[in-house]
Design a protein around this ligand. Structure first.
Ligand SMILES: *[C@@H]1O[C@H](CO)[C@@H](O)[C@H](O)[C@H]1NC(C)=O
Ligand SMILES: *[C@@H]1O[C@H](CO)[C@@H](O)[C@H](O)[C@H]1NC(C)=O
Ligand SMILES: *[C@@H]1O[C@H](CO)[C@@H](O)[C@H](O)[C@H]1NC(C)=O
Ligand SMILES: *[C@@H]1O[C@H](CO)[C@@H](O)[C@H](O)[C@H]1NC(C)=O
Ligand SMILES: *[C@@H]1O[C@H](CO)[C@@H](O)[C@H](O)[C@H]1NC(C)=O
Ligand SMILES: *[C@@H]1O[C@H](CO)[C@@H](O)[C@H](O)[C@H]1NC(C)=O
Length: 433
């Protein structure tokens, strides 16, 4: 056998190139908006034999979890529950360990000598303390990005039937994108050197064309029809961990300094804008993919409503909200013109750490057409005494790119991609109409 001597400098160059090329990868995870529930749904393949599974996108979720209630529905020859005190248990920061107590026979989700973590259904704000930690084959990613085959992806298997409540038809679990948990999707995928702990979320407003979650350092491209990097020119603010909100520490919080409507500050109780560390982390602002419309503390809602109405031209008339509607502020669409960023209404600025750093919400994200003649302010006022003062929901996030940079501990906002003549579904030019 001969030996082959590779010059050291060449080797270094090769390694550097390799690292450079590898770390530039982006994984695309398509996200569909379910028409009847308005839930954001993604799909991965799991198990042996492989089957496609649909999962609710749960931005602040700690793991990927699937429903294992029915003992015959989880079939896989490669399912491995995490044995007590194993590395898998410590990586998932399990809080308990034990035998199967809830079923007469062992099954996926109920095994002996296995550790568990908290399971969560964000649609009903319900938690169970017995989510079995396990490993199985996972294939994730789609065109035009990379596809990853993960032979031992750590996830959780839940046997409590209440955990599937309100999930859209055919959806059997949730995909957690939390920032603290080491087994959340972005944190676990980052064990692959091609990715970084950074992802971009671009939810489509349409139920017929898919949006996308980009995983990896970027750039994140969309077509208009020219290929553009939509992750440039974002406004960033600090990502806050709410350590006091026990089960919510994976949720994405950030600090708002004020809300501006048509350039004027809306009077808000500043105390409620911050997380209250003396009272279990209530207050503050978080982002949720599990609610369709942003929820505002009722006093915030009233102030925003008043300022918004005041800033509208006098010929725009208030009308009664439709019966049973969750919206309280509706207008006749008659005198509201339409622009490339939706109905021509006052812009709502979410002001971040300084007055010049803000996320602008245009009519396309602040209004919702409820009938041919009526459109409503797409925010919901709610008693948030024991919760976050503001929960940013789906309608306000759609057709915006949000970047979650976990090592940098920051969140970036693009504002409406309509300003760049593109949208969240134009990430793949091979499926464009
Ligand atoms: C949960 O499993 C039990 C027992 O297998 C079954 O009777 C029940 O219908 C299941 N519930 C759901 C929601 O699948
Ligand atoms: C369990 O799941 C299997 C396969 O999905 C299905 O055929 C069966 O009816 C389910 N049983 C119950 C009790 O829900
Ligand atoms: C395993 O972990 C449990 C807590 O999860 C601990 O009480 C126990 O002592 C550990 N056992 C061993 C053998 O390390
Ligand atoms: C599982 O644990 C239970 C209770 O600790 C025990 O009765 C049962 O025999 C165990 N099953 C197996 C297959 O080891
Ligand atoms: C602001 O909210 C806090 C917390 O609910 C409350 O204690 C305080 O009285 C409020 N301040 C004003 C001026 O309303
Ligand atoms: C409504 O009022 C605004 C501002 O006063 C004006 O620009 C607009 O043309 C009016 N619209 C109609 C349909 O009269």
């Amino acid at each position: 056998m001969g030996t082959f001597k590779f010059p050291l400098s060449m080797l270094l160059l090769f390694l550097l190139l390799n690292i450079f090329l590898c770390s530039a990868e982006v994984l695309y995870l398509p996200v569909t908006k379910d028409a009847s529930t308005m839930q954001y749904i993604t799909e991965v393949s799991q198990r042996t034999p492989l089957i496609p599974i649909k999962l609710l996108v749960h931005l602040g979720g700690r793991s990927l979890w699937v429903d294992c209630n029915n003992s015959t529905s989880y079939k896989s020859s490669t399912y491995k529950p995490a044995v007590c005190n194993s590395t898998q248990c410590s990586i998932s920061r399990s809080h308990g360990c034990g035998d199967c107590k809830f079923r007469p026979q062992l099954q996926p989700g109920c095994n002996n000598n296995t550790c568990y973590i908290w399971g969560e259904n964000p649609l009903i704000n319900t938690y169970i303390d017995h989510a079995e930690v396990a490993e199985d084959v996972l294939i994730i990613g789609s065109t035009p990005g990379v596809r990853v085959n993960w032979p031992r992806f750590i996830f959780t298997c839940l046997i409590d039937p209440s955990m599937v409540r309100l999930l859209a038809d055919g959806v059997t679990g949730a995909a957690g994108f939390g920032h603290e948990s080491l087994i959340s999707i972005p944190n676990q995928l980052a064990l692959d050197p091609r990715f970084t702990r950074k992802f971009g979320m671009c939810l489509s407003s349409s139920t017929s064309s898919r949006g996308v979650i980009f995983i990896g350092s970027g750039p994140y491209y969309a077509y208009n029809p020219k290929k553009i990097d939509i992750s440039k020119d974002l406004v960033y603010t600090k990502l806050i961990t709410n350590k006091r909100a026990f089960l919510l520490s994976d949720e994405y919080y950030f600090q708002i300094s004020s809300i501006r409507i048509a350039g004027q500050d809306v009077p808000l109780n500043k105390t409620l804008l911050s997380i209250n560390n003396k009272q279990n982390g209530i207050g503050g602002t978080k982002i949720s993919t599990a609610i369709p419309f942003t929820i505002l503390h009722s006093t915030f809602y009233d102030a925003v409503r008043t300022a918004f109405i005041k800033a509208l031209p006098k010929n725009v008339t208030l009308v009664e909200p439709p019966p049973m509607s969750q919206f309280r502020t509706c207008f006749s669409s008659e005198n509201i013109k339409s622009t490339n960023v939706g109905p021509d209404v006052p812009a709502i600025d979410i002001v971040l750490y300084k007055t010049s750093a803000f996320w602008r919400i245009y009519g396309t994200n602040s209004m919702v057409q409820v009938s041919k003649e009526v459109m409503c302010l797409a925010f919901v006022g709610q008693d948030q005494t024991w919760g976050s003062s503001i929960v940013i929901g789906g309608h306000q996030l759609e057709e915006n790119l949000l970047v979650f940079d976990l090592p940098g501990k920051k969140i970036g906002f693009s504002s409406s991609l309509k300003l760049q003549q593109t949208s969240c579904s134009k990430y793949d030019d091979t499926i464009m109409d």
